[in-house]
Design a protein around this ligand. Structure first.
Ligand code: HPA
Length: 277
C-alpha cells in the first residue's frame, strides 16, 4: 500500500511537469529507437525537456540514445516523442524503464508507437527490412508489472492476446502497401542483453516462434497495454541474428543499418499518424 501510493505520487509529480510543457496533451507518444532520431528534424518542435528535468525519469546511458522528451507536430498530429529510451541492460529494473509509459498513461495519452532495432531470425528477413510486431515472447523479460498492482491503471492479471493493436497493424500494412514499402509482420523475442545472443539461443528462439530479436520494447508494450493504451511497434532489422550469417555482430552495424532505413520508417510513421487523426 505504501509502495503503491509512493509510485502514484512519483507519477503525479512527473505528470505535472510534463503537463506544463504544452496546453494540449497529445493522443500519441512515439518512442524513437536506434536510428530514428532524425525524425525529430522533420517535424515542428513545440516544446522540449531533458529527461533529467522530469521527476523520476532515469537518465539514459546508451550511446546513440539521447534523453529528450519533445512535444512535436508531425503533419497535423500532435505527438510526444521520446528521443532516447531506457533498457534493462543499463542496470534499471523493468519498472524503472517503464515509468515514463505509466506517466503517459496517466496524462491521458491513448496510443503508443514503439520503434526498435532488431536482429532478423526468420530466414526471409534481410538487414534494412522493417517488421511490424504482431506478438512477442516475453519469457526472458522480468515483468514490469511485478509488485503491487496499480488498480487505477489495469488488472492484476492482464490478458495478453492483443498487446499490439490489430487495427493499427492492419492500417500500417495497408499504408506500407500503398507506399510500395513492403513490411514483414512477425513475433519479436525480448532478450535482456547487453550481450548479443549465442547461435544456440537464436535457434531456440526460432523454434519458439520468433521472427526477430531485440533488447527493448516488450516492457513498454506490456505496461502500455495494461493501462489500455493502443500499441503499435515497428522493428528495423539491422542485422541477421547470431549464427544466421557468419558475420560477427556489432553495435556499429546496428546503428548504421538503422540510420539507412530510417527514412522509410519515418515516412511510414508520418503516413500512419496522418491517417489516424
Ligand atoms: N540481438 C539483440 N538485439 C538487437 C540485435 C540482435 O541481433 N540487433 C539489434 N538489436
Amino acid at each position: 500500500m505504501i509502495i503503491e501510493s509512493l509510485i502514484q505520487s512519483h507519477i503525479e509529480e512527473a505528470v505535472s511537469v510534463i503537463r506544463s510543457l504544452h496546453t494540449d496533451i497529445p493522443e500519441t507518444c512515439i518512442v524513437l529507437g536506434s536510428g530514428l532520431a532524425p525524425m525529430t528534424e522533420r517535424c515542428q518542435i513545440l516544446a522540449a525537456i531533458n529527461y533529467t528535468d522530469i521527476p523520476y525519469f532515469p537518465a539514459p546511458t546508451t550511446p546513440g540514445h539521447a534523453g529528450l522528451l519533445l512535444v512535436a507536430k508531425v503533419g497535423s498530429s500532435l505527438v510526444y516523442m521520446m528521443k532516447g529510451r531506457y533498457h534493462y541492460y543499463e542496470g534499471y529494473s523493468t519498472q524503472e524503464i517503464t515509468f515514463p509509459i505509466r506517466v503517459f498513461a496517466a496524462l491521458g495519452v491513448r496510443n503508443l508507437i514503439l520503434t526498435n532495432a532488431a536482429g532478423g531470425i526468420n530466414p526471409g528477413m534481410n538487414p534494412g527490412d522493417l517488421m511490424v510486431i504482431r506478438d512477442h515472447l516475453s519469457m526472458f523479460c522480468e515483468s514490469p508489472l511485478r509488485g503491487p498492482n496499480l488498480e487505477s491503471f489495469g488488472p492484476r492479471f492482464p490478458d495478453q492476446s492483443h498487446v499490439y493493436n490489430p487495427e493499427f497493424i492492419e492500417s500500417l500494412l495497408k499504408i506500407s502497401e500503398d507506399l510500395n514499402m513492403p513490411m514483414h509482420t512477425g513475433v519479436y523475442a525480448y532478450m535482456r542483453g547487453p550481450q548479443f545472443e549465442t547461435p544456440t539461443e537464436i535457434r531456440a528462439l526460432r523454434v519458439l516462434g520468433a521472427d526477430a530479436v531485440g533488447m527493448s520494447t516488450v516492457p513498454e508494450a506490456i505496461i502500455a497495454s495494461h493501462s489500455g493504451m493502443r500499441v503499435l511497434a515497428i522493428s528495423c532489422i539491422t542485422n541477421l541474428a547470431a549464427g544466421i550469417s557468419d558475420m560477427p555482430l556489432s553495435h556499429a552495424e546496428v546503428i548504421e543499418t538503422g540510420a539507412a532505413a530510417s527514412d522509410r520508417s519515418i515516412m511510414l510513421l508520418e503516413a500512419f499518424l496522418s491517417r489516424e487523426t
